[in-house]
Design a protein around this ligand. Structure first.
Ligand code: GDP
Ligand code: MG
Length: 728
């Protein structure tokens, strides 16, 4: 396998020690000239060593692979065009953060073999810096070796490592690159899909890199692409690039190249945090100052909990106002339909089925908008990644990295995108584990259930109770993770870099877009699955039509009518309104009792009776049981089913609350039901996503079974434990 010549290029920042190392290797056997066409010095040396002819190139000193200066163009073109067998990036260890900018970009090229020399390691040591080489190597998946150029230390080993890399013939590893924020990743993905079919396997860079450069408006890369792409593909690519750049500019109010640079620095900040420690005082800058507090081991965590708590408080209290308006709107619509339509089955379907079902869910839209808005703020300010960072220690307890916490946090919004977000994890086991525990993160669809139950039974403490439920979900996820990691999915977690982007003041527009992107799914669900679900549930509860009632309700109604008519006629005019109101109340009670009896007798009631024994030990009655079954379609349906079963019609959640209290539900039982809702089987859409992402029916069924068993046990423990210690 003798390969006669190996070409090694030395790249790095100016003054990182390239020429010194170059001289060490080549001695006097060098050729000095200029790079073609420009007055940039080119040094090339040849030497026979370790059984190879080594050709060493001393590239001009550069800070990045962005073609800002002639040096950068020369160095980059050399790497892209001459395809050296291996590039050694000489990193100035005494200036690690700045050097990593170039190093990260080298890694981003994707196809070139790169090796890092941590030069100036003597200076770094003298300044009190400690750099964890192994960690750095692991995080970027690149060999790293410390050198002291001017003392010729470590240079031979460096060369040997470079030769080993070439000999091994392995492709440079994928992954361990900057993960940009989702808008940008989406844009990259779009361009990549257009580019990939036209890419040669031996191209020195991959289509992802080319896409990134296009987004950065890199004219040099653009020219290259122009020369290889057919015309029609090119024009599509160009117009797509323009529109994507415009979208990003609108969304961030910055040029895409600046956003990308910022995010690369975020990636580097993440690396620095893991590999770099210093005994001297840190450089001051505002992001880092904020991070000193927000990612501090002691205060960071309480602050994080506070933010999450505040988010739920806000969702609950602020959301209550628009919720009232929508509720009145739905009630008004119900009243209009009620008066306009003649008594019929169709009217019943419209008012008690569709309007009640969809209406009882649409009232939660404001809460969900607020929740998604808060999550967008966390993401856009850069706080989300700090959360992941903070959670890193805790996540390690379950054998996962902090990065898994981002899908989990997103699970608060909706499990479907959350489970898809687990794709960013590199290890298959990490991904599977994250997918299995994410459903315990309480999604926004469960919020309506909590709002009704906690709002009814816990009054002003509702926000706190809901917070506890969410917390319980997190704890269950962690315990589950720990359990699975030590049994089903044994193995170490993969190393990775947590991006720590600079803090940004988010743009309102981009917050709104992000909020809307996710809320759209909620609305789509409303029009689709919830509408269909409501109709099915109404049908099940409206049939069979009862013929035999235990009471003669029409007679009771007639009785009330006649008694009150007499009373009202004989009463003082000032007392009449009170009497009228009382009459209406009584009539409503009778009608409700009648409808309740009808429902009990219906198919729904029969199913409920059949499953009642399963839910009885949890303090949940048959109506609750049926609602929970219906919740498999979509969690929001739990509330609307409760509404149908308690025979509350268009009056919305106030009436449902009263009905729940009347049904004899206790606060403890309500809490037990909330826990069950929190933990049990994910909704259809989530199950489908789990199936798609794990590509395994076995894991899908496992997830369904496990969550439901855990839900039952937890609710059982809470309910019966609570009763033992005397909580009713
Ligand atoms: P270049 O611009 O990357 O080619 O850097 P040079 O090779 O010209 O080096 C810049 C200066 O750093 C020179 O004075 C070298 O002697 C010095 N130097 C190079 N490597 C090291 C090192 O590892 N430790 C220390 N202390 N100085 C070094
Ligand atoms: Mg030099």
């Amino acid at each position: 396998m003798e390969k006669a010549t190996i070409t090694i290029a030395l790249a790095g920042n100016p003054n990182s020690g390239k020429t010194t190392i170059f001289n060490n290797i080549t001695g006097t056997r060098q050729k000095v000239g200029n790079w073609p066409g420009v007055t940039v010095e080119k040094k090339e040396g040849r030497i026979h060593k370790f059984g190879y002819d080594l050709k060493i190139i001393d590239l001009p000193g550069i800070y990045s692979l962005t073609p800002f200066s002639i040096e950068e163009i020369v160095a980059r073109d050399y790497i892209l065009e001459e395809c050296p067998d291996v590039v050694i990036d000489i990193i100035d260890a005494s200036n690690l953060e700045r050097s990593l900018y170039l190093a990260t970009q080298m890694r981003e090229l994707g196809r070139s073999k790169v090796l890092f020399a941590l030069n100036m390691s003597d200076v770094a040591r003298a300044r009190g810096f400690k750099i964890d080489e192994d960690k750095l190597s692991e995080l970027l998946d690149v060999p790293v070796h410390a050198t002291v150029g001017n003392k010729n230390q470590g240079v031979d080993v460096l060369l040997q490592k470079a030769i080993e890399m070439v000999e091994s013939g392995k492709k440079p590893p994928k992954g361990r690159k900057v993960n940009y924020s989702k808008d940008i990743e989406a844009a990259i993905g779009t361009l990549e899909a257009l580019l990939t079919p036209h890419f040669q396997a031996d191209s020195p860079y991959d289509s992802r890199w080319a896409s990134i450069k296009l987004l950065e408006n890199d004219s040099v890369v653009l020219k290259r692409i122009q020369s290889v792409l057919p015309d029609d593909a090119l024009s599509e690519l160009m117009s797509k690039t323009d529109s994507l750049r415009q979208t990003l500019r609108d969304r961030y109010d910055e040029d895409p190249e600046i956003i990308l640079t910022d995010e690369r620095y975020g990636f580097i900040a993440g690396i620095m945090k893991e590999v770099f420690t210093t005994s001297s005082r840190k450089r001051i800058d505002s992001s880092r100052n904020i991070d000193l507090v927000l990612t501090n081991r002691f205060v960071g965590f309480p602050i994080f909990l506070f933010f999450i708590w505040a988010m739920f408080q806000l969702t609950f209290t602020l959301g209550a106002y628009p919720m009232d308006w929508i509720e009145s709107g739905v009630a008004a619509a119900g009243a209009v339909l009620n008066n306009a339509l003649p008594e019929s089955l169709l009217k019943d379907l419209l008012v008690n089925g569709i309007l009640a079902g969809v209406g009882s869910v649409v009232v939660f839209l404001p809460n969900i908008l607020i929740l998604f808005f808060c999550i967008a703020i966390f993401e856009d300010t850069g706080y989300m990644s700090r959360c992941a960072f903070l959670m890193d220690k805790i996540m390690h307890l379950i054998g996962l990295h902090g990065k898994s916490f981002i899908p989990m946090l997103m699970g608060f919004g909706c499990n479907v995108p959350a489970i898809m977000a687990a794709r960013t994890l590199e290890s298959e086991k990490d991904r599977l584990l994250t997918i299995l525990i994410t459903p315990f993160m309480s999604c926004s669809a469960k919020l309506p259930v909590y709002i009704v139950l906690a709002g009814t039974f816990f009054g002003p403490r509702a926000g706190t109770v809901i917070f506890i439920v969410y917390l319980l979900g997190i704890v269950t996820a962690i315990l589950t993770g720990r359990l699975f990691r030590t049994t089903l999915l044994r193995g170490a977690d993969a190393p990775f870099v947590m991006e720590l982007p600079p803090y940004r003041v988010p743009m309102v527009k981009s917050l709104l877009i992000h909020m809307w992107d996710r809320s759209k799914m909620f609305l789509k669900k409303m029009g689709g699955i919830i509408l269909v679900g409501s109709i099915i549930i109404w049908t099940l509860s409206a049939f069979p039509r009862t013929t035999q009632y235990s009471h003669d309700y029409p007679a009771a109604i007639a009785h009330v009518e006649s008694v009150f008519t007499q009373h009202i006629d004989g009463a003082d005019p000032s007392a009449r309104p009170t009497l009228e109101a009382e009459k209406a109340d009584r009539l409503q009670d009778i009608q409700r009792a009648m409808r309740a009896e009808q429902t009990t007798n219906s198919f729904m009631g029969r199913i409920g009776k059949a499953v009642a024994p399963v839910f009885a030990p949890l303090g949940i009655d048959w109506r609750g049981g049926v609602s929970l079954l219906a919740g498999f379609v979509a969690k929001e349906i739990v509330v609307s089913t409760l509404g149908v079963l308690h025979a509350v019609d268009e009056e919305g959640s106030e009436a449902l609350r009263q009905a729940l209290v009347d049904s004899g539900m206790t606060p403890l039982a309500a809490f037990s039901m909330m826990i069950f809702v929190l933990l049990y089987i994910p909704c259809i859409a989530t199950v489908a996503t789990i199936r798609k992402e794990t590509n395994s029916m076995r894991w899908t069924f496992f997830s369904i079974g496990y969550t439901t068993v855990v839900a039952w046990l937890m609710a059982f423990i809470v309910y019966n434990g609570g009763r033992l210690i005397g909580l009713a």
